[in-house]
Design a protein around this ligand. Structure first.
Ligand SMILES: [Zn+2]
Length: 352
């Protein structure tokens, strides 16, 4: 694009500006020109929506084992302050390849994650395994596709991509994360689907993909790195913030948490919050919250109470101080209320 030209020095042919006699005025004029030019560039590039702004949040990876790192997003909901960095991603440096788990929540964050990987190793990123197709976990895929990686996800993602939901979410994120999710943002579909549990060996390491859905989403996929004892659990486990329930199947989610705990992984990388070295203890928040929602909303459905009334009478104090409570709790409760109402109705229908 064209930038505005710097102000011409007048004085010879035009009216005397006195610039030479006032060096400070000259510097001030140059600074003003720079500010205007930068502003124009930002407006043209980001405001109108092509080039995403680079992120300024800290993405320094934390090392969990000799070959496994992860980056931990902010504890809250999506905001301009966290620039969309409110979920986790990780990567595994194998002998001659890198495997990435999840791609974060904007193209700019994907670029930043790739740059962090590049600071640690120059081995090629061969695969990206995506835990599920929620915006905060896959919007950064473009950077990895451009670097030649193969994107792997569960088959159920195809059903989701066939709906209107991805385009609606993208439109919302172009508003809410405008400088970082721009008009150039593409939904990157998986290159390869897995139908259930699967495994592959790469760079001397064994990767086991565990189909954990339907739980948080129908397509939940976890990844166990056998030799390192690290399980990437995606959004089956939230730590340090209120879980996002969305249209989850909470009953199946609770069962999946039990199966996860039974595997006794040495380290669990959660979808949100710090990694855990005590899976049973650290999945308690997610489990307790889901159990609480089901018990309170289930009771309301049994008593044929309206949702608003049920919500108002529930004592949320156990969870109210958690980050993302204001953004997510009412929606979560409503979704669980609706799903339990559906279950009750279909149960009644089945009995007839
Ligand atoms: Zn998430």
């Amino acid at each position: 694009m064209m930038l505005a030209r710097p102000p011409e020095r007048r004085g010879e042919a035009g009216e005397p500006c006195g610039c030479d006699r006032h060096p400070r005025l000259r510097i001030a004029l140059w600074l003003l020109w720079l500010a205007v030019a930068l502003g124009l560039a930002l407006f043209a590039g980001h405001g109108l929506g092509q080039v995403p702004a680079p992120v300024t949040v800290d993405l320094t990876p934390k090392q969990l084992t000799p070959r496994v790192w992860y980056v931990q997003g902010d504890a809250g909901a999506v905001s301009l302050r966290n620039q969309g960095f409110m979920s986790n991603a990780g990567f595994v440096v194998a002998d001659d390849a890198v495997v990435v788990f999840d791609a974060l929540g904007t193209p700019a964050l994907g670029e930043a994650l790739l740059a962090q990987i590049r600071r640690i190793t120059d081995k090629p990123v061969r695969r990206v395994v995506v835990s599920h197709y929620h915006a905060d976990h896959f919007y950064g895929l473009q950077a990895f596709k451009a670097a030649g990686a193969e994107v792997i996800a569960h088959r159920a993602v195809r059903d989701y991509l066939a709906t209107e939901a991805p385009a609606l979410r993208l439109a919302e994120r172009r508003q809410s994360l405008a400088p970082w999710v721009t008009g150039s943002m593409q939904i990157v579909p998986p290159d390869r689907y897995v139908d259930g549990d699967a495994s592959f060996r790469l760079g001397g390491l064994d990767f086991r993909l565990v189909a954990a859905g339907p739980a948080h989403t129908p397509e939940d996929l976890m990844m166990l790195v056998e030799q390192e004892g690290v399980l990437f659990a995606g959004d089956l486990v939230f730590a340090g913030r209120l879980p996002f329930v969305g249209d989850a199947d909470t009953r199946a989610w609770l069962a999946a948490l039990e199966r996860l705990a039974a595997r006794s992984p040495r380290i669990v990388v959660t979808g949100h919050g710090p990694a855990s070295t005590d899976a049973r203890r650290d999945l308690a928040l997610t489990r307790d919250y889901l159990l609480f929602l089901r018990s309170e909303m289930g009771r309301a459905v049994d008593e044929m109470l309206e949702f608003d009334e049920a919500y108002a009478r529930t004592d949320w104090s156990r969870f109210a101080a958690l980050p993302a409570f204001d953004a997510a709790n009412r929606r979560n409760a409503y979704n669980v209320y609706l799903s339990m109402q559906r279950d009750a109705l279909s149960g009644a229908a089945n009995r007839r």
